[in-house]
Design a protein around this ligand. Structure first.
Ligand code: GAR
Length: 202
């Protein structure tokens, strides 16, 4: 059973999908040991508390220096001894010391087909606004390892979703969450827990 720490910033629907997958025994070899939010108002924290999973907030607003926040976040992660850290809508640039400490043990869900609509400034609803502006006919979601760049780590899984006539950013976001994110993120956690994902050339 691997120990998973999930980092969140907002609504936590991806966190909910992981909890559901555990309850439905689609994830059998991983347990969530702690949920960390950078935002005290994140509804994701309530979702964790409802399941009696430890939910804590480490907010940059509580620290005068960014370096102190980075250290507090690193300590909060180390403390729960995770085998895997899942960024599930965690809208913080993960500091390099955390990436080095947990090399190849951090994964992220991104709401587009990387390498499209990713990198600096592409997060949440903005990703879908840009995809619609560009007129793409297919978008989707990607699960990838986190390295020192923004959305540049090795891709683990992707799922495509068609853009429909009349879609706005919100409707596209919702469909991508439901059809892609909530499917590939739990599936990847189970694959990692079962030792099926190896870092290599591809
Ligand atoms: C999700 O769509 C996730 O892919 C995105 O934020 C949303 C969080 O929703 N993440 C990023 O944009 C990261 N670059 P949730 O809190 O309901 O899971």
């Amino acid at each position: 059973m691997i120990r998973v720490c999930v980092c969140v910033s907002g609504g936590g629907t991806n966190l909910e999908a992981i909890f559901k997958a555990i309850e439905e025994k689609k994830i059998t070899d991983a347990q969530i040991v702690r949920v960390i939010s950078n935002n005290p108002g994140a509804f994701a924290l309530e979702r964790a508390k409802k399941r009696n999973v430890e939910a804590i907030c480490v907010s940059p607003k509580d620290y005068a220096e960014r370096a102190d926040f980075n250290k507090a976040l690193l300590d909060a992660l180390k403390e729960c001894k995770p085998d895997l850290i899942v960024l599930a809508g965690f809208l913080v640039n993960v500091p390099v010391e955390i990436i080095r400490e947990f090399k190849n043990r951090i994964i992220n869900i991104h709401p587009s087909l990387i390498p499209s609509f990713c990198g600096k400034g592409f997060y949440g609803i903005k990703v879908h606004e840009e995809a619609l502006k560009k007129g793409v006919k297919v978008s989707g979601a990607t699960v990838h390892f986190v390295d020192e760049g923004i959305d540049t780590g090795r891709i683990i899984d992707q799922k495509a979703v068609y853009v429909k006539e009349g879609d706005d950013a919100k409707s596209l976001q919702e469909r991508i969450m439901e059809e892609a994110e909530w499917v590939i993120l739990p599936k990847t956690i189970q694959r990692i827990a079962q030792g099926e994902v190896k870092i290599g050339e591809n």
